[in-house]
Design a protein around this ligand. Structure first.
Ligand SMILES: Cc1cc2nc3c(=O)[nH]c(=O)nc-3n(C[C@H](O)[C@H](O)[C@H](O)COP(=O)(O)O)c2cc1C
Length: 166
């Protein structure tokens, strides 16, 4: 699979087999995240890799749409300082790791943790950090036949050329 194919065929998957992820494959995915650039190459973002079942169930209670994430064998929490606007850095890491995982035949889905007050004690995060997003990871389970195939805006609606046009 080349890079373009990996990018355009990747879907977000919430169905996982219970099998653990091979440690070498997990490392490869984490190395892809590591190579994401950051503003001024400051590298202030961190990843917390959670495989423990009880912790994953507790993480499921940290977002409004995360009830299912205990079924994913791995949850990778993206952590950044509260101050400093590092969300773009986190996004780059997230996309790198998701595309690398897809190339390995692994499924992923980004999820939002709306409740940092619940998340911090689960992971022992310092008060000056936050974990706004996580990526679930594992072998894909049965596909959901009711899901539409990648509905996206047409390019003409997404892209404004030269300047904004109504
Ligand atoms: C910023 C962001 C937050 C998301 N949060 C959640 C979430 O909390 N729970 C969830 O199940 N999916 C979440 N998703 C996944 C989206 O629902 C998914 O990216 C979208 O439906 C497109 O899926 P597709 O690429 O398979 O078409 C999130 C995605 C993004 C980019």
């Amino acid at each position: 699979m080349d890079a373009y194919e990996a990018i355009i065929t990747k879907r977000d998957t919430r169905s996982y087999l219970p099998d653990p992820v091979d440690p070498d494959e997990l490392d490869q995915v984490l190395r892809a995240a590591r190579m994401a650039g950051s503003a001024k190459n400051s590298q202030l973002t961190r990843l917390v890799v959670v495989t423990d079942g009880e912790t994953r169930e507790r993480l499921a209670e940290c977002g409004d749409f995360t009830g299912w994430i205990g079924n994913a064998p791995v949850v990778i929490v993206l952590v950044a300082p509260v101050e400093g606007g590092r969300l773009f850095d986190l996004g780059r890491m997230a996309q790198n790791l998701m595309v690398a995982a897809h190339d390995l035949g692994l499924a992923t889905c980004p999820v939002t943790f709306h409740h940092q007050d619940r998340l911090r004690p689960v992971l022992g995060l310092p008060e000056d950090t936050e974990g706004p997003m996580a990526i679930t990871l594992g072998r894909p389970g049965p596909p959901d036949p009711s899901r539409p195939s990648a509905p996206r805006l047409p390019l003409d609606e997404l892209v404004h050329r030269e300047r904004w046009q109504d």
